[in-house]
Design a protein around this ligand. Structure first.
Ligand code: GDP
Ligand code: ZN
Length: 354
């Protein structure tokens, strides 16, 4: 299999060359299961493990390979096995912080060029939810594209396009129907050869249907680990990293489908850029926008330039972020302490052994 077909480009090539590892080849992580990684590489599909030293030096889970990562492997092709020696720098990272679990960051997928935010064209289409998804995508570094699905069920899809324009601004919006196939062709521009995409959105909006439609008959077949294409060459399929027949790669992990409290700092500021611009024009620099005189946000609402809903959405998200930040800094302090202790213990051992 060709590396380009898997998303390889000159940027990754540069990173790989700089590593200067002997006997290593590049591979892309397609699936992970209990520490065993299914990777795709030029010689084909291999099952890889990470050596103890990588696991040992990993400060948290984000330092371990994730789906979508490019890694340097030492292949043992005849055994179908490999060892992961290094992770190449990630171009984008889609992650979520898990509140309640010590706020560890969970990487859902990496190196995604495009993330499609799927919504369905019905009364559930919710600006606040779109805002939140946009924030997640900006934070990841990927390009967001908004898909309004189930157009066949909607008498006036264009009205919804206008509604989301308020929150989506310059983001591309496409109206489609995964069932009738209408509008699906618009997605091809984001799924060119060596481009990687993922789909996020609430359950039931049609993500699987869209992916199945794009993948065509490839997905209809039973997913086996190894398959043979028409020309008898070895091809590989994975449920989580799907190589589309027309080129392009779709990453679809189970974790990507559930949305809890996704955190985003830089993402939020982009999604609510207009609000932040306004806030900078309030008379008082520390304006809380709670009825202070000369509040530019209150004025904009009064003039009908801004809905109170949007302002409330902004506050709500900010409150959640502050909550997460407080928790994160607490955990950061705890883990810094623990690390200092570990360091001291290692030093003692070192001198004892010497
Ligand atoms: P997911 O949870 O986002 O993966 O949603 P699914 O792809 O499983 O779709 C949920 C339901 O919506 C299924 O019954 C689909 O057949 C249906 N569905 C998906 N896309 C469309 C569409 O464009 N039009 C209509 N009418 N139904 C759709
Ligand atoms: Zn104000």
């Amino acid at each position: 299999m060709h590396l380009q077909q898997l998303g390889w480009n000159s940027e990754f090539q540069n990173h790989f060359s700089q590593l200067n590892l002997r006997n290593c080849i590049p591979a892309r992580v397609a699936e992970e299961n209990k520490g065993l990684y299914r990777v795709f590489s030029e010689p084909g599909e291999l099952f890889a493990t990470i050596p103890g030293r990588i696991r040992f030096h990993a400060e948290d889970r984000t330092d371990l390979p994730a789906i979508g990562d490019w890694v340097a492997i030492t292949p043992r092709v005849s055994e179908g096995r490999a060892t992961i020696e290094a992770i190449l720098p990630r171009k984008t990272v889609l992650s979520r912080k898990e509140a309640g679990k010590g706020l560890s960051e969970q990487v859902m997928a990496t190196n995604l060029d495009t993330i499609f935010i799927v919504t369905s064209l019905n009364q559930d289409l919710n600006e606040r939810r779109v805002e939140r998804y946009l924030a997640i995508v900006w934070e990841s570094g990927s390009q967001p594209v908004l898909l309004l699905n189930k157009a066949d069920l909607c008498p006036d899809p264009e009205a919804f396009r206008e509604m989301v324009y308020n929150v989506a601004h310059a983001v591309a919006v496409h109206i489609l129907s995964a069932v009738s196939g209408e509008g699906l062709a618009q997605l091809a521009q984001y799924l060119e050869y060596n481009r990687t995409a993922a789909f996020i959105g609430s359950s039931g909006v049609g993500k699987s249907t869209i992916i199945n439609a794009l993948a065509g008959r490839v997905m209809q077949r039973v997913q086996s680990i190894r398959e043979w294409d028409d020309r008898g060459r070895h091809t590989t399929t994975s449920r989580q990293m799907i190589l589309l027949p027309e080129g392009g790669i779709v990453i679809d992990t189970p974790g990507m489908r559930e949305v809890g409290l996704w955190e985003s700092i830089t993402g939020i500021s982009k999604t609510f850029q207009d609000l932040q611009d306004l806030a900078s024009r309030c008379r008082f620099r520390n304006c809380k926008h709670k009825g202070e005189p000369g509040c530019a946000i209150a004025e904009a609402v009064e003039e009908g330039m801004l809905t109170q809903d949007r302002v409330d959405g902004y506050y709500k998200l900010q409150a959640e972020l502050q909550f997460i930040e407080r928790k994160t800094s607490f955990h950061a302090r705890q883990s810094a302490k623990a690390q200092a202790k570990r360091g001291a213990r290692a030093m003692k051992r070192f001198y004892k052994d010497a």
